[in-house]
Design a protein around this ligand. Sequence first.
Ligand code: KG4
Ligand code: ZN
Length: 353
Amino acid sequence: MLILGIESSCDETAAAVVEDGREVLSDVVASQACIHGPYGGVVPELASRKHLEYIIPVIDMALGKAGCGPDKLDAIAATQGPGLVGALLVGLGAAKAMAYAHGIPFIPVNHLEGHIQAAFLGDEQPAGPFACLVVSGGHTAVYRVETDCTTTLLGATRDDAAGEAFDKIAKMLDIGYPGGIAMDRLASKGNPEAVHFPRSRFDKGSLEFSFSGLKTAAANFIRQHGIPLKKLSPEGSVHPAETREVANAASECSLEDFAASFQEAIVDVLVSKTFEAARQCGLRQIAAVGGVAANSRLRQKLSVQASAEGIRLFMPPIRFCTDNAVMIASAAYRIWTRSGFCLDTLDIDAFSR
Ligand code: KG4
Ligand code: ZN
């Protein structure tokens, strides 16, 4: 079964052709990072316009790389929501129009179901139910996922998503966009114990998350002390592209230390709640998916604890953590195997939440 997947929920225009849910024939992602970077976050109106510009070339490229024309496709899938409605409408409209023109089924896919499906896109796949951390720019939650990918929500954030916290503090630090990646890069050279940032605490065993307190603490630190300076490299030189001053050895908290400490506060909570969810459900398998699951420290800490506890861990390759269309085509295949094609999908609409 050959499915063309399309994803346009935020600032990536993506298309992919996937065979039988797992064999990736093509995977094209046009990022808008350089468009939104100067604003420090996604500008919805700009995102919609860029999707309009990119969507046809991206679909053409995905079909070309897969070596198949639209007549070879068995179905077309697109993200229905949640996401930015103006952005979603572009991918959804293109998918519906193509499906109608070629007389093949259109399969709407929930973006979160797409992210969860990515847990099955690594070399090994979960067998039986698992606890799944879904952590992105818009969502932070932990689910129990069954083998057929049906889900039960176990706990979610009460306020900000983890990716949102990364992005907002990265914007205050002016370190680049997307903020999570910039923070990850800096943090790899810093001391995670330099600043003690708060970890949200709820009743024992709670699977809820909260990152607004951490965000406020980090913002207050910056207001009080200013943006921490970069470490002086051992050679005493700075990369020519870097214009910001560097900290000298006497400086107490470098930018790298701040990033590492901030990241550690997020990662600690994500790791502990994921394992707590597995413990409560008696599950011996866990997965982490979504853009923030690309974070190197999170991947490292999950791996270490999973090995220590003898729990199987599934993390998609990094390119399937951040938004992509392979996960959408793959989730559509899952939907089809679970419930078959629904024929009256052409009048469905996008939803934001
Ligand atoms: O899943 P995604 O691509 O889009 C949404 O569905 O939101 O996730 C985007 C989020 C952004 O907040 C971005 O900063 C974050 O994932 N992110 C990271 C890393 N790579 C992307 N956060 C931490 N470390 C990373 N390496
Ligand atoms: Zn996403």
